[in-house]
Design a protein around this ligand. Structure first.
Ligand SMILES: NC(=O)CC[C@H](N)C(=O)O
Length: 331
């Protein structure tokens, strides 16, 4: 009998490693408590799908992830994928910024081996905890050859999602992660059922490689709303931001006073990326604002937090706004 695939579980914290005071604490509990050895030991079913190694990379709530966490994690994932004895990788993660990490890895890790990011909405101590099955599904997907070459994946609520497309869309239910383009497939009782594949560039087809990235440029987000002021835009400009994501209303519309402030930043060399605070849909060039005239970029279908990740990665290479826009269409 052939040996089972070797899957490395990189633990970073979150609710999947959370613990509450009682079984009734589904929302009030402490995240990032349980060490990876205990997570794996608590799920003996994993041994039926893979040989496992656990590594505690961080123990944090994911809202406190910063660029250093992203770089450290991506470097570790990249190094592991180069090991002949590693078949797949699972990253356990808090759900709050899980989609940002998954997209970052999708852009910069050059490997076709399955990489799966997973979290949970309830701590393991709660009634109907979702972490155990989510983790089992993640390991099972990471151990399967048919998950290779599909980019970084996210397994939550029995679905297999593209790390590029998926986002936390409900903050209190276990069906928290959604993509407007639908899941890639489902994982049921250790078997994958695929229905579609990503068409955007990722992993081995990406022009970006974590092994060549030393630092990430400063990219921040300003939010559009009625009676918006320009204080935030100006402050980010003074702070030396390299790109500013505008989370606009509707189709990425921008208030008149914000238009002037953003044009002033662009004149100083800051890249302006127009996205929308509306969760679904996408922003078109020269609709709502004359992007050609202002030399701005549109975020395509990426939510502001995803646009920030892509802009940071893109600006490690892209020289001008045309190249930046090309990257936003392709990734
Ligand atoms: N469900 C969760 O994982 C949220 C816990 C925590 N805020 C985090 O993102 O790590």
């Amino acid at each position: 009998q052939a040996a089972k695939p070797h899957v490395v579980v990189l633990a970073t914290g979150g609710t999947i490693a959370g613990a509450g005071a009682s079984t009734l604490n589904s929302v009030t509990y402490v995240a990032a408590k349980v060490p990876v050895e205990k997570l794996l030991a608590g799920l003996p079913e994993l041994a039926s799908v893979a040989r496992l190694t656990g590594e505690q990379v961080f123990q944090t709530a994911s809202e406190s992830f910063n660029n250093e966490h992203l770089l450290t994690l991506a470097r570790r994932v990249s190094a592991l994928t180069k090991q002949a004895d590693v078949d797949g990788i699972v990253i356990t993660h808090g759900t709050d910024t899980l989609e940002e990490t998954a997209y970052f890895l999708n852009l910069v890790v050059h490997s076709a081996k399955p990489i799966v990011v997973v979290g949970s909405m309830r701590p393991g101590t709660a009634l109907s905890a979702d972490g155990a099955l989510n983790l089992y599904n993640a390991v099972s997907v990471a151990a399967s050859q048919d998950a290779a070459g599909k980019g970084v994946l996210v397994t939550m609520n029995d679905e297999i999602q593209s790390g590029r497309d998926v986002a936390k869309s409900i903050n209190i239910k276990t069906e928290a992660f959604k993509s407007q383009w639908g899941p890639l497939g489902m994982v049921v009782e250790g078997r994958n059922y695929w229905f579609r594949a990503p068409v955007k560039r990722h992993t081995v087809h990406s022009e970006f490689d974590i092994d060549a990235i030393e630092t990430l440029p400063a990219v921040d987000i300003v939010y559009g709303y009625g009676n918006m002021n320009t204080t935030g835009i100006e402050a980010y400009g003074k702070a030396g931001v390299k790109a500013l994501i505008h989370a606009g209303t509707g189709n990425g519309s921008v208030a008149a006073q914000a238009v002037d402030a953003l044009k002033a930043l662009r004149a100083q060399g800051v890249q302006i990326v127009r996205s929308s605070r509306v969760p679904d849909g996408f922003v078109l060039r020269n609709a709502e604002q004359p992007d050609d005239k202002y030399d701005w970029v549109v975020a395509h279908d990426l939510r502001p937090q995803k646009a920030r990740i892509l802009a940071m990665v893109a600006l490690t290479k892209a020289r001008d706004s045309k190249e930046l826009q090309r990257i936003f269409w392709e990734y």
